[in-house]
Design a binder for this molecule. Structure first.
Ligand SMILES: *[C@@H]1O[C@H](CO)[C@@H](O)[C@H](O)[C@H]1NC(C)=O
Ligand SMILES: *[C@@H]1O[C@H](CO)[C@@H](O)[C@H](O)[C@H]1NC(C)=O
Ligand SMILES: *[C@@H]1O[C@H](CO)[C@@H](O)[C@H](O)[C@H]1NC(C)=O
Length: 427
């Protein structure tokens, strides 16, 4: 256990050093995103990342096209100026794009992007399965990740202000803009919302602060919902609790507000740590077990090189801080700026609670019995505070982890088939 912690600390220190060093050309997230885009759209190049064998990193559109599905990229600008590049799978090989299809919208978790929903391909991933079932499928990208690292006036590279957001702003500004954009473009009234991890937090923040959005979400599928951090805590959560302040101060004192961006340098490091050829691969796997839960039977080791080419793909230190505050205060509250600024922002000393009673849209909750980041009791406690629960159930695998929701051997049979069933019953 201690060697895993040491590796985690080494990795954190390393990423900070590399991310703040301008001498490393390869540590620029914007250059990586631009280069990946150009390579993905160039039909004449072999669509591979570089000379590192087996490592491919394409953008969403190229990834989806590779499986014979249509894909689109749309630009949505929020009222506070963030430019989000969101994605769409408007049809499938058997069902072409058409007007008035029912809509599904996916929201990824922290450090993820739209890419994480489509890496396993049409035989497994819910996004393709829904496209096959006649859905118009949309996938959002939160501000600050590799696709949405852009603003009308602020520079993500130079302006600290760009990074002053957490899941609160993602919910209130990004999600409202994305939902309204989609509904307007497609001339529809409501959507099915699918969130994983922070993607679920976003839906709860949205509906508790802007209840008028309840009628725009006809069903919410919440995968490993992140609202409560009740005890008992896993070793990993305890570790975070003890060390987050130091980690945060370390970052902020070096002027870094962006955490774990997707860059060539970071991919190379994770690749050399996690790939087949690496003698360190066993530690990479242990680290993932430590962070998310232990479930070797669902873990596909050969997917690691692919995974590290897309994840982590960037967020803000404030987002992590907001989760940490909720963990420490054991509550689901708005961001705590400190007493003085809280008065300015909220007109009270403490940040207000998010009022879950405002959520009246139907919610289906799924949790993993082996999820150590968000342990099952947190999902069960949440279900008692939501007014319109369609179902709360564990994934049909005895040790399913937080990580398994993204990539796992039996993702379709233990989870996605059941989600399709619920969507067809309720939506
Ligand atoms: C596409 O890739 C080829 C081969 O690497 C290169 O010669 C060409 O300039 C590229 N085209 C564009 C439009 O980038
Ligand atoms: C990794 O190893 C597995 C099993 O030995 C093999 O099937 C797979 O092709 C390898 N993947 C890469 C990227 O080398
Ligand atoms: C929360 O919302 C419910 C219903 O929307 C309302 O009745 C209640 O007063 C609210 N609670 C607080 C603390 O604002």
């Amino acid at each position: 256990m201690n060697d895993i912690k040491s590796i985690l600390v080494l990795y954190l220190v390393y990423t900070l050093l590399i991310d703040v060093s301008p001498i490393f050309f390869e540590s620029r997230p914007d250059l990586f995103a631009r280069e990946r885009y150009a390579r993905s759209r160039n039909k004449t190049t072999e669509r591979s990342f570089d000379s590192i064998e087996g490592l491919k990193s394409l953008d969403f559109v190229a990834l989806v096209n590779r499986f014979g599905y249509p894909a689109e990229e749309h630009l949505v600008t929020t009222i506070d100026g963030y430019k989000l590049r969101i994605h769409r799978i408007p049809g499938s090989p058997s069902i072409p794009k058409a007007a008035k299809k029912p809509i599904a919208l996916f929201q990824h978790g922290i450090f993820a992007s739209s890419d994480l929903w489509i890496l396993s391909g049409p035989t497994k991933d819910l996004a393709y399965l829904l496209a096959d079932a006649g859905y118009d499928v949309w996938l959002s990208n939160a501000r600050g990740n590799t696709y949405s690292r852009s603003h009308t006036t602020l520079s993500p590279n130079r302006d600290q202000q760009f990074w002053q957001f957490s899941f609160h702003e993602i919910a209130v500004f990004d999600m409202t803009a994305v939902i309204d954009y989609i509904l307007q473009l497609t001339d529809q009234q409501s959507i099915v919302y699918i969130g994983h991890s922070m993607g679920t937090t976003i839906s709860y923040v949205l509906l508790s602060t802007k209840p008028e959005y309840n009628k725009k979400l006809k069903l919410i599928i919440s995968l490993s919902p992140v609202v409560y951090w009740h005890t008992p805590h896993s070793p990993m959560v305890k570790f975070v609790k003890k060390n987050f302040e130091a980690f945060k101060n370390f970052y902020i004192s070096s002027g870094t507000y962006e955490v774990f961006p997707l860059t060539k340098a970071n991919i190379k490091v994770l690749y050399s740590f996690c790939s087949n050829e690496s003698i360190l691969q066993q530690y990479c796997i242990k680290l993932i077990y430590y962070l998310f839960g232990y479930n070797p039977s669902q873990f596909i080791t050969s997917k690691l090189p692919t995974l590290v080419s897309y994840f982590p793909s960037g967020s803000s230190i404030q987002t992590l801080t907001h989760f940490y505050q909720n963990l420490i205060s054991d509550s689901f509250k708005m961001f705590d700026y400190g007493i003085i600024q809280n008065f300015a922002v909220y007109k009270q000393r403490e940040p207000p609670h998010y009022n879950l009673s405002n959520i009246v849209a139907p919610v289906a909750l799924f949790y993993g019995k082996g999820d150590t980041l968000i342990s099952p009791h947190n999902s069960i406690d949440l279900s008692k505070d939501l007014r319109n629960i369609v179902t709360i159930e564990p994934v049909k695998d005895e040790m399913f982890t937080h990580f398994d929701f993204l990539i796992s051997r039996d993702l379709k049979t233990v989870l996605n088939d059941r989600i399709l069933e619920i969507i067809s019953e309720v939506a």
